[in-house]
Design a protein around this ligand. Structure first.
Ligand SMILES: Nc1ncnc2c1ncn2[C@@H]1O[C@H](COP(=O)(O)OP(=O)(O)O)[C@@H](O)[C@H]1O
Ligand SMILES: [Mg+2]
Length: 261
């Protein structure tokens, strides 16, 4: 763990999160950091090692005030990690569990997410996050939304304008992702729709309880029952949660305009 001490004047290093592919550490310091370290088994595997390198490449390019700033990285087959800015806040997952969000906060979080996505999607080489789920969104005390975990993200280029490999949390997949089709920036919008639905209703849109139930429901969602939701949020949800990409908003900016009351 020597590399952790080099990153800044670390006071303490604590195991923070044990993910499926990575172990995360919190480096407590004046400017605290998270170190995400690829587990040794996955360092040795080309597919996971390449994926990890892609996460670093995207973080390096991001430069957005609401996504984590990359501080340091090493990408050897023997040891791969990166250190990036710790965001002091509460994951949306916890806020949803505690059921403490007001309607106004739900709208505001959704707008902020769409605004982050707008700048990711409008880049010359758009970045698709692909894994907008409650654990990957952090809400600060000041009411700012931060988007983390670019582990499934894809940066598009002129030869490649769709994503099609690494998928995120099953209950938050868009139909095209769950069906195994290529997806584009519109899938990120769909995922924001799922989060907004959950914030407003207190219920996860996908009610499956096992992968066997969740995946088919993500691929072919049951009817959207939102008659009790007032306008303009009902129309907003209908559009952003359309099964067909062509019926959704065409951009994050278009979606934001619909949320303005
Ligand atoms: N920069 C960060 N600031 C604060 N918490 C973080 C940060 N990065 C990750 N976390 C926490 O660690 C968890 C796992 O990190 P994440 O990058 O999502 O890993 P995984 O790819 O395993 O999902 C997140 O859900 C979040 O709670
Ligand atoms: Mg995550």
């Amino acid at each position: 763990m020597g590399y952790l001490n080099e990153t800044n004047d670390a006071l303490e290093v604590l195991p923070y999160f044990n993910g499926s592919l990575s172990q995360l550490y919190l480096v407590k310091a004046k400017n605290s950091l998270i170190v995400k370290s690829l587990k040794p088994l996955y360092c040795a595997r080309n597919d996971t090692h390449n994926r990890f390198m892609e996460e670093v490449r995207i973080l390096k390019n991001l430069e957005h005030e609401r996504t984590p700033t990359l501080v340091k990285y090493a990408l050897q087959k023997s040891q791969s990690y990166f250190a990036y800015q710790y965001i002091d806040g509460t994951p949306l997952e916890t806020l949803l569990c505690n059921n403490t969000l007001t309607k106004q906060q739900s709208i505001d979080i959704t707008r902020q997410l769409l605004s982050i996505l707008s700048s990711l999607h409008e880049r010359k080489q758009p970045i698709i996050h692909s894994d907008l789920s409650p654990a990957n969104i952090i809400y600060t005390k000041e009411g700012q939304v931060h988007l983390i975990d670019f582990g499934c993200a894809k940066q598009l280029d002129s030869d490649n304008d769709v994503a099609h490999t690494w998928i995120g949390k099953h209950a938050y997949l868009s139909p095209e992702q769950a069906q195994g089709h290529p997806w584009n920036t519109s899938s990120d919008l769909y995922q924001v729709g799922l989060l907004f639905y959950e914030m407003l209703t207190g219920k996860r849109r996908n009610q499956g309880t096992s992968i066997k139930e969740i995946l088919p429901l993500a691929a072919n969602p049951d009817e959207l029952n939102i008659d009790h939701i007032e306008e303009p949020y009902r129309s907003f949800l209908k559009t952003i949660l359309s099964n067909k990409i062509e019926n959704r908003f065409q951009s994050a900016q278009e979606a934001i305009l619909q949320l303005i009351t």
